[in-house]
Write a protein that binds this ligand. Structure first.
Ligand SMILES: [Zn+2]
Length: 85
């Protein structure tokens, strides 16, 4: 089967889908009247976790569940990636 036609594999995440901060933030914005096209996502860690090299305000990658759930929203990392030659 053509690779593009196969359903992408979803990395197993120990959290339930919808349990992460970005989903709560999007939900709150929509409930407050925002239009989905007005939203741009930017997700950062709030605390240092030096044992895995992560510092507060480092970009937080979305898990595969959140990538699927927020597929209709622009994310800053995608905008940067598209703008980088
Ligand atoms: Zn997530």
């Amino acid at each position: 089967m053509d690779e593009r036609l196969q359903k992408p594999t979803v990395r197993q995440d120990p959290s339930n889908p919808g349990a992460h901060s970005e989903i709560y933030a999007v939900n709150d914005a929509l409930l407050d009247g925002a239009d989905i096209d007005d939203l741009v996502g930017f997700n950062v860690w709030l605390k240092d976790k030096k044992n895995n090299g992560r510092l507060a305000l480092d970009l937080a990658q979305r898990c595969d569940n959140c990538v699927e759930l927020t597929a209709d929203i622009e994310w800053i990392e995608n905008i940067i990636q598209e703008a980088t030659p």
